[in-house]
Ligand binder design. Structure first.
Ligand code: BYC
Length: 319
């Protein structure tokens, strides 16, 4: 039999056919280098977002207004660390190490979600983050459960279950404030005023401006476009705000009968690009804090390695 090996173009065709046929791509399967790189980019940034995202809410753990709220918040913030770990592990199956990903974050080469560069100023912000930020994340992540890369899709299933609890606890916390005293209602409204627009920015630039969308949709890494997901988030969140008796800070927000969707105002894209390029209110603080936590944890990583070496040596001696 002739030794026939497929060339790059043939391999790519088989790869795309598998994607079109809704098969999952697994770590040991052949994949174009560009697919691998694009996934490493998105997944590492996603993992960084989960971990950096612990900071704004972590800021309130010691000041939670009751033991019950403190327990919920602690569990929620720990869940975010877990999400980071699942996604880092899934990204490692693509041939990049956790150290390399963290280094890229510290060097400013890898991004994380823009929203976490805004400060959490009051207790109401914790509720707003759960309701809006986790709410926006779910809309996006539900579609990522069907992303074409198997380990990423499977990680998302668990993430979405936990995220759904996060969204509900945030909404419930704001519901309590919104039904409370005048001052508490104002706190809830103020939090919505500050977190609304950054939440819409989480979905990324308009489709026409999105550098990676076309290719990511073809590879089914992304299943829905940035604008489609943003619209879905607005449509689901407006009635929730109405139920809370709060006003979304957008004078252009209006139900459009013909489209069957809410129309909404234009995002401040200058602000979006300023924040993703490192010049938001908390960018520097977030990375300084992450570096410090990472450095403080060096002894744990060293201890794990030393233990691992000891175990290996013992096994060798016993063999
Ligand atoms: N912030 O071509 P585009 C959570 C970047 S955390 C920063 O549309 P893509 C939570 C984009 O990376 C979960 N950067 O990109 C945790 C690209 O830059 P590079 C967060 C953004 O990838 C704690 C450039 O702009 N969820 O739930 O096709 C507490 C062009 O954009 C942003 C995820 O990470 C942004 N908002 O689409 C509470 C979801 N938007 O890489 C909650 C996973 C865009 O070329 N990620 N950029 O330098 C995704 O689904 C996609 O990456 C995006 C962007 C939809 C975000």
């Amino acid at each position: 039999m002739a030794d026939y090996r497929m060339n790059e173009a043939e391999l790519e065709k088989v790869f795309q056919d598998r994607i079109d046929d809704e098969q999952k791509i697994e770590p040991k399967d052949w994949m174009p280098d560009t697919y691998r790189k694009n996934l490493i980019r998105q997944m590492s940034q996603h993992a960084h977002s989960e971990v950096i995202g612990m900071q704004p809410e972590g800021n309130w753990i010691t000041r939670a207004p009751s033991l019950r709220r403190k327990m919920i918040l602690l569990a929620k913030v720990q869940d975010e660390a877990g999400h980071g770990l699942y996604i880092y592990s899934a990204a490692e199956t693509l041939g990049i190490s956790r150290e390399e990903m963290v280094q890229a974050l510290h060097d400013g080469k890898a991004k994380y979600a823009s929203i976490f560069n805004y400060p959490s100023l009051t207790w109401a912000d914790v509720g707003a983050i759960g309701w809006l930020v986790d709410g926006a994340a779910i809309v996006n992540q539900i579609t990522l459960q069907r992303t074409s890369y198997g380990p990423y899709a499977r990680a998302m299933v668990r993430v979405c279950k936990e995220e759904s609890f996060h969204q509900r606890q945030g909404y419930e916390s704001l519901l309590v404030l919104a039904s409370g005293s005048k001052e508490q209602q104002q706190m809830a409204q103020d939090a919505l005023n500050r977190w609304w627009w950054p939440s819409l920015m989480m979905f990324g630039p308009h489709d026409a401006e999105s550098a990676h969308s076309a290719q990511s949709m073809k590879w089914k890494i992304k299943r829905k476009s940035n604008d489609e997901l943003r619209q879905a988030f607005v449509d689901q969140t407006v009635p929730q705000a109405q139920y809370l008796g709060l006003t979304i800070p957008d004078p252009k927000l209006k139900w459009n009968e013909e489209r069957g969707h809410y129309d909404f105002g234009e995002i401040d894209w200058d602000e979006f690009y300023r924040v993703i390029n490192g010049n938001g209110l908390c960018n520097r603080q977030r990375i300084v804090h992450h570096r410090r936590a990472h450095d403080n944890g060096a002894w744990v990583r060293e201890a794990v390695e030393a233990y691992d070496e000891k175990q290996k040596a013992r096994k060798q001696q016993a063999a």
